[in-house]
Ligand binder design. Structure first.
Ligand SMILES: [Ca+2]
Ligand SMILES: [Ca+2]
Ligand SMILES: [Ca+2]
Ligand SMILES: [Ca+2]
Length: 315
């Protein structure tokens, strides 16, 4: 039981991480960190488990397997070329599969009796343990009670037919709120709860700056040089974030920031892969173009070796 709880807590802490973005992979896509990009690309193209399998292979084995995958599955009409729409369909299929696998896994963790619906109290007992008031004390108790209250609000929003219970579809909205439009108000609440320090229900530029710095835990504000991406964000606050020019973000603007309506993760990943792999710029990828860029699409022991070196550098 303790092991299960630990595992669930770990999962929940991953879920409540600082950035909420509709995602094709659970790795953040940093334009300035090539190595993170590769992890992201591998998971977007192969799915999480398959990406891990590839990372155990030699570069040759990885290329062979990649070729078979592309020829048999990605190139739908088997003409030896992968169009943008074949690539988009494939990535969509992969991301849907890993999200559904994740949903089923978490659903089973919280549903030991294999019921058709979950109620919040049972979920809470598994997540926080029974008898919270006796289990925690002082500030820890306050924190857990507040966290559980946020969970309850999220639960109510996820509960589409308002019967107090979540079926597996509704549970998906609970664990992946960024994928389900009706959950957006919760994501805005969650952001306000974290970033709106003066509790006026707006995020001003000062609060916004603080929030951006939470994503750079090793950098001290007003002491270390400002990271370029933060500088860019702040300089463009009035254009990209505060669109009605009242010098702060309201709920609508916050929603647009955390889940932009015009952002399509699949389209953006297709664009990224094409930009790197389409050498002859005919807007299609030949199998050879993909194999030439095999490190972009799939890892191997060689990429792992690169990652290990990179991780050492970061220490
Ligand atoms: Ca084709
Ligand atoms: Ca329901
Ligand atoms: Ca505020
Ligand atoms: Ca505004």
């Amino acid at each position: 039981m303790i092991k299960l709880l630990l595992c669930l807590c770990l999962f929940v802490s991953v879920l409540s991480g600082s950035t909420r973005q509709r995602d094709l992979s659970d790795v953040e896509h940093h334009s300035d960190a090539e190595i993170h990009d590769l992890n992201y690309d591998h998971k977007a193209f192969l799915g999480k488990e398959e990406a891990e399998r590839y990372s155990e292979l030699t570069p040759e084995e990885s290329k062979n397997r990649l070729r078979i995958l592309v020829e048999n599955k990605v190139d739908r009409n088997k003409d030896g070329k992968v169009t943008k729409s074949e690539l988009a369909d494939w990535i969509k299929q992969v991301s849907k599969k890993w999200m559904m696998d994740e949903r089923d896994r978490v659903w089973n963790d919280y549903n030991p009796q294999n019921k058709s619906h979950l109620n919040f109290n049972l979920y809470s007992d598994i997540n926080y343990g029974e008898n919270i008031e006796q289990r925690y004390q002082g500030d820890e108790l306050k924190r857990v009670l507040k966290e559980r209250e946020m969970d309850r609000q999220k639960w109510q929003l996820a509960d589409d037919n308002k019967d107090g219970l979540l079926d597996i579809e509704e549970f998906f909205a609970y664990i992946r709120p960024e994928e389900v439009p009706r959950m957006k108000p919760f994501l805005v609440d969650e952001m306000l709860d974290r970033a709106d320090k003066n509790h006026d229900s707006y995020i001003d530029i000062e609060e916004y700056t603080d929030e951006l710095y939470t994503r750079e835990p090793n950098i001290v504000r007003n002491k270390d040089p400002q990271p370029e991406w933060i500088k860019f964000e702040l300089e463009h606050f009035s254009i990209h974030r505060d669109t009605n020019n009242d010098k702060r973000m309201d709920r609508k603007e916050i929603g647009e920031w955390i889940l932009p309506t015009n952002y399509d993760g699949i389209e953006s990943e297709v664009h990224h892969l094409m930009a790197h792999a389409d050498k002859n710029k005919d807007d299609e990828l030949s199998i050879e173009e993909i194999i030439e860029q095999s490190d972009l699409f799939a890892g191997s022991q060689a990429t792992n070796y690169g990652l290990t070196l990179k991780n050492k550098d970061e220490l």
